[in-house]
Design a protein around this ligand. Structure first.
Ligand SMILES: [Zn+2]
Length: 214
């Protein structure tokens, strides 16, 4: 696995944050990141598995990570933080709390895409920050951007905890996008998996059982 970390730009101000090694070690300790031989839901095999929801098991960690996001936008007059369900919504709540601004949730619609429901309303020109936990294809952020378009807000940027596309997927957005940790995802077709060739037992994430080989 290869990874890089992007530190927040703080304009000469020192804020508490974790560096790349510490972040990865933290995620490993929390069970967010696991190394092994895994069967992904796509059917492909991987030497790593990310269980992003383990971050939210520890609100103090969520608070600290969101603190890095909030610090980057503290001087930018954010009016609303919006996050797609479910992880993005939890992060949006914490980032908005730290910035002292409103929080909204972009929820899936029956026909695909996302929308603001429950009476959430943006006003034209309101300054909006979008947050999400993990970006892979960028679909949830793309849907969130589309859901907000009709309100005419000013989208300041997209903040992610982990970019699993190594920067590729985020290039599709026409607003600034930043991730605390950027990781290139690596997976294999079952027939071309070096871990299978090495005889390492295959594990279905979230279980301790070895699934049936097909
Ligand atoms: Zn394999």
């Amino acid at each position: 696995m290869c990874y890089t970390i992007r530190q927040p730009e703080t304009k000469g101000q020192t804020i508490p944050h974790v560096n790349s090694t510490e972040t990865l070690q933290l995620f490993h300790d929390l069970g967010v990141y696991t190394h092994g031989h895994f069967l992904l839901s796509s059917g492909r095999h991987s030497d790593e598995y990310w269980e992003k929801f383990r971050i939210f098991e520890h609100p103090d960690v969520t608070e600290r990570l969101c603190g890095q996001v909030a610090e980057r936008y503290r001087d930018q007059a954010v009016a609303v933080v919006v996050g797609p369900t479910t992880g993005g919504a939890l992060l949006a709540q914490e980032v908005a709390r730290q910035l002292g601004v409103r929080c909204m949730i972009a929820e899936p619609t029956a026909g695909g895409g996302r929308e603001l429901r429950r009476g959430f309303m943006l006003h034209p020109g309101e300054r909006v920050l979008i947050v999400d936990d993990v970006l892979t294809t960028g679909l949830s952020v793309r849907e969130t951007l589309e859901a907000l378009q009709a309100y005419g807000p000013e989208i300041l940027g997209v903040e992610l905890l982990i970019d699993r596309s190594n920067g590729e997927a985020s290039r599709q957005f026409d607003v600034p996008c930043h991730a605390l940790l950027s990781v290139a995802a690596r997976s294999y077709e079952p027939g071309a998996c070096p871990l299978c060739r090495a005889g390492q037992p295959l594990v279905k994430p979230g279980t301790r059982k070895i699934p049936d080989q097909r």
